[in-house]
Design a protein. Structure first.
Length: 312
């Protein structure tokens, strides 16, 4: 199992554990640095490791945020955490009741179910009115002693601190280079290929239409040089995100034209990586204009991805 959603579901409640606490949305390079430090020290001290992360994002409950908020699905978050050497992932439901939980009570839960000996965070402030600061925890007297590790080293790229908020802003701008640099990998979404209106097929550019989780962030509308992974094979692709103003202008679509590919992808789960935005979405005067632009788009995508032409 990749993760559990309740501390009572933790299988090993007795082995002393180092616990990291936070949202860790996107598991970006800053998160990775904190967690690698924790894993290293935990191993030196004979501890197992755990991450307690939250869903929904606390701001959904505290500030009423809604819509596309996340940089990855819960499964992806758990998979990336485990890839960093985390033994136990708990995706803790953040509810109104969670909001009212006192910090000392939450620490008691971590000790009861995870046998916590270390607690790590890059930004302590949990529990009722964020009373669970690093200073508060260091003064907290419990039957089981634990140490507090406040990870204060901040990661900067291009002079700006890496954060999930920064990555969300860059994706909203279509700035894939900065998002990639902060994540340590291209931003990607996964989804099932579903049947669309098959209009792309009629103009010579069939597309795979992805059904993407409705809470997952989608980059700015436009055309992207990208890769689509099907099974174990990674195909270059020209991807369009938007409402297709030339056709209907109504519904958000994520459509990828896989270059030099033929086959049926319906029903398959694929992963789409965004490399570079080539242009914003545009309304064309006719389908012929749209077709001509798509042909130019594919040429540009080939150049960006370092691909030969289709007839090379």
């Amino acid at each position: 199992m990749q993760y559990v959603t309740d501390l009572t579901q933790v299988s090993d409640k007795t082995t002393p554990t180092a616990v990291a606490l936070g949202v860790f949305d996107g598991v970006h390079l800053g998160h990775q640095a904190l967690l690698r430090s924790m894993v290293s020290q935990a191993h030196e001290n004979g501890l197992r490791t755990a991450v307690v992360t939250f869903y929904p994002h606390p701001k959904v409950v505290l500030q009423g945020l809604s819509g596309r908020l996340y940089l990855g699905t819960l499964d992806e978050r758990a998979r990336r955490l485990r890839a960093l050497g985390i033994d136990e992932v708990v995706i803790y439901p953040f509810t109104g009741e969670t909001r009212e939980t006192r910090a000392a009570e939450f620490v008691a839960q971590l000790q009861e179910h995870l046998s916590m000996r270390q607690i790590w965070s890059g930004d302590f402030g949990f529990g009722y009115k964020r009373e669970g600061t690093a200073g508060f925890l260091r003064q907290l007297q419990t039957e089981i002693p634990f140490t507090v590790h406040e990870y204060t080293e901040k990661l900067f790229i291009n002079g700006k601190r890496v954060s999930s908020s920064r990555i969300r802003r860059r994706l909203a701008e279509g700035n894939m280079a900065d998002a990639t640099a902060s994540l340590g990998r291209p931003y990607a979404v996964s989804g099932e290929v579903v049947v669309g209106d098959q209009r792309g097929r009629t103009i010579g550019f069939p597309t795979a239409n992805l059904a993407v989780w409705e809470e997952l962030i989608i980059p700015a509308y436009g055309v992207y040089a990208s890769y689509v992974t099907v099974g174990d094979v990674r195909y270059p692709a020209a991807t369009n995100i938007g409402v297709r103003p030339t056709i209907d202008g109504l519904n958000l679509r994520v459509e990828s034209h896989l270059l030099d590919f033929s086959g049926d992808l319906y029903g398959q789960i694929v992963t789409l990586e965004f490399i570079e935005r080539t242009r914003p979405e545009k309304k064309f005067g006719s389908f012929n204009e749209l077709k001509e632009q798509i042909a130019l788009d594919t040429v540009q995508v080939r150049e960006i991805l370092g691909m030969p032409g289709p007839n090379s």
